[in-house]
Every structure is written in C-alpha cells, then in structure tokens.
Design a binder for this molecule. Sequence first.
Ligand code: KG4
Ligand code: ZN
Length: 362
Amino acid sequence: MLILGIESSCDETAASVVDASLRVRSSVIASQDDLHEAYAGVVPEIASRAHVGRITPVVRTAMREAGVVGGDIGAVAVGNRPGLIGSLLVGVAAAKAYAWAWGVPIVGVDHIRAHLTAALLDGEEGASEASIRALLPAIGLVVSGGHTAMYAIESAVGARLLGSTIDDAVGEAFDKAAVMLGLGYPGGAALDRLAEDGDDGAHDFPVSRLGRTSLDFSFSGLKTAMLYAIRGTPEAGEDGKPVFARTLADHDDRARADLGASFRRAAVGALMLKLERAIEASGDGVRTLMVGGGVSANRLLRDEVRALAARRGLGLRIPPMGYCTDNAAMIAGHAQLLVRSGHADDWSLAAMPTGASLEGVV
Ligand code: KG4
Ligand code: ZN
C-alpha cells in the first residue's frame, strides 16, 4: 500500500509517497528559510500563510514525481503534533480533504517520533516487522531545531521519553551560535562546515551534565559561553545595559573556525554524554541506537554515534542526509508502521501544538 504523507508543522511544506517497505517514491520539500531569515527565527503567522499557498502544488508535485494518482494511494498521513498550531492546521485540513476525496483513511503522526522512523527509510535491510523487531529495544535520540529528546523504543511505533532539554533545543543553540558567527539563519549546517577548519580545543566550552544521573539536556549555558567568547564578558553600562568589549569583527577567519569547532565539540559532547548514560542505565537491555532530526546531519555527531555504537556492540540507524531535517517521507513512513500495527484515526483528528512525545509515552 502507498501512503501520501504531509508535513507542515513548522516552516517546511512537504509531501511524500512511501511504500510499505518504507521505500521513498517521492519526497518534495518547500523550505521557507528565505521568508524567516531576516527575523533569525520562524515567525508563525508568516509560516502558516506560506503553507496555505504551497501545500497543493507540493502535494501535486510529490504525486507526479512518484508517478501515481489519487486512486493509487491507500491512506493519507499528516504530522498533526507537536508544532506551530497555525502551520499544523494547514496540513491537517489538506490531508483530510485528500483522504475524503479519495475515500481512504487519514493517519495522524507524531512529528518527533517520525524523526526516528526517518532512520529506517530506504534502508538496505528493508522494514519488515521482523527486521524492525530485531532492532528493539532501542534508544532513540531526536535532535532538531525545536526539540532535543531521548526515548526508550520498545515497539515499532511507540516510545517512552527518557529525557529532554530543559531550555534550548540543540539545533536552536547551533542556530543562535551561527548567527553570532555571522553565518545567517538557520546556520547549523554552515557552523558544521566552518567547524571542520577549526581547532576544537581552542575554547573550553561547558558540557552540561545536570548532575550525575540526569538524562535531560541543557544548552543555554553553552550558548552564553559562546557569546562571551566572541564579545567578551559584559560589564554594566551607565544605563544598566550590558557593554561588550569586542565584536565579531575582532575575530579573523581562523579564530571564527576555532570558535565553531569548540562549540560543536561541546554541543555534541553533551549529546554523547547522555546517550552513554542512557545505555548504562539500560544495563544490557539495548540493541540499537536510533538518531534523527536536523542535527543528525552533523558530521561530528554522525561520527561519534557510529563510534559509540561500535564500542558498545550496538546497531545504529541514522537517516540518510536528505531525511534528517523536516520532511514528509518520515511522516508517511511512520504512518506505514502505524497502519501495520492496526492504528486508525477518524475525521475528528485534530492539530495539537503539544504531543505525547514531549510528555511521556507516544
Ligand atoms: O528537524 P529540523 O528540520 O526541524 C525541527 O523539527 O526543528 O531541524 C532543523 C535544525 C536547525 O536548527 C538546523 O540548523 C539544524 O537542524 N541542522 C544542523 C545541521 N543541519 C541542520 N545542525 C548542526 N549540524 C548540521 N549539519
Ligand atoms: Zn522536525
């Protein structure tokens, strides 16, 4: 059965057709980065209006690229939680319209849980029930612009929250550090590239631990450390506002690369520390590491999780580069697993700004 997936939870309008072995037949993503760059962050009202204009052409393109028509589609899936409510509503309304018109079921998908299923797309191993069962239990790490969370995964569709960020998401920290380094927005990938040329020992940035056993994350201290490393520790000015001794212009290319490399090392180090803790805490109960979300495109993180999995004798599933950041293939792919496990939604399916994936059990 083919599933059409729709994703509009934040600032990407995306549609994709995925088959029952999780092979991606098409994946179309219309990014809104250009619309939000001037604000160095996503403006919800601009995002939802742009989704309205783009959703139909994006779906049409995904159908055409997959070489299918409505009658070939067995279900329509939509990322209906969590996300920006105005953005989610556009995807949910569009998905209901297609499902109604084609006379097929609608399936609501948790965006964060789907980031982990992205690691199973187009896999050489296929995605049979037996091959997925062989991966479990797994630990799943979702690292994106909006979320940083770790899960115990005991079934193909479920997950139990182990820990999450108490302040910034790691992608958000990358984006803010990138703006400080003059790399534009969203600059996580640009910072990753800059870091390749730097000395990661140049600055001793803090790696958040949050005590000895916590599986939560924190990135706001690292962000502040980055700001002070670039601008100097501020002093109170006459009007009480902070006065910085330096600007970015005082750092040459070499110094900027060193800042980027040191930041990346600390950010990735904090993720690895918590992954190691989660593995330890599970005893010998884990078989696989699964990673997903925009920051799973990060070169150092990919290398480090590969090394960790090898060291611990664990399997690793990490998405192909094209499915790390937001996409609809992960939505359609996760819906395949949900349908397979007997899950069905009805027309009361609602857009939800929060989701169970942020609170406990998906
Ligand atoms: O998963 P995603 O598209 O959006 C959310 O669901 O939030 O993730 C986008 C985030 C952005 O913060 C972006 O800067 C970051 O992923 N990102 C990276 C890299 N590529 C994308 N961060 C670090 N290194 C990268 N190579
Ligand atoms: Zn995402």
